[in-house]
Ligand binder design. Sequence first.
Ligand code: PML
Length: 248
Amino acid sequence: MKLYSVRMHAVKDGRHASGAERIVPREKLESVLVELARRPKAFELMRITVEEVKELNRVPFTLKLSSYRFSSVKEARAFAAELLVREGVKKEVAEKAVRLLAEGPAPGGRVMRGAVLMDPVTGERLEEDPSRGVRTVRFDWSDREKARELILKAGGTERTVDALALAQKNLFCGVLAELCWSDDPSYVTGYVAGRSTGYARITPLKEKGDPKGGRVYFVKKEELERVRRCLEEAFLLVETPDTFPPLF
Ligand code: PML
């Protein structure tokens, strides 16, 4: 069966305003195009790319899920750094990553659409263009409706639905660990993902109203090119499991 990758990107006031993607069979293409076209509330430019999937990878969902709630951002960030250290990231480098997301990782303290790539030992930033970063794209759940229903029922959000599949693709591609919190000022839950951590949801990783956030992927410098190509080019479906444990 032929599958198609559909990616939508909308811009408002010269900045990224909305984005979403799906991998679907031909018979779902029209309805997905309509669904994605309706997503941005306002935009001055919307691009929708439809591409035939060549060489589809499929992986089971293997991330162990856990949730942690803290009474302050400081404690939550310190815990996130500690999890990164357990994944093999040097302590100073983990702290640098937290600082970077707190300050805005792009030049001038702006947020980035893509992720920062960072060497886990030296802390060197490895992405070619530090104002763009690297984006994890061309992935979806094998059964998105079911994944969405189960994740929302477990206490996750629409953002969790995408973040879980994205974190699974990152591990598939060779990202050693990931730190993420949203740049949405109202969304203060983020996560650390890694091989032994699985996906640890952590809240609050920032104060309400704070527009800073982003993603840092820890990648060995010698694997940089292979990992970057996999993140941006490989097509991947994550098998939807039958259950998700409670998220908070
Ligand atoms: C979660 O709810 O598990 C965390 C999701 C973080 C999403 C980040 C984003 O969408 O920008």
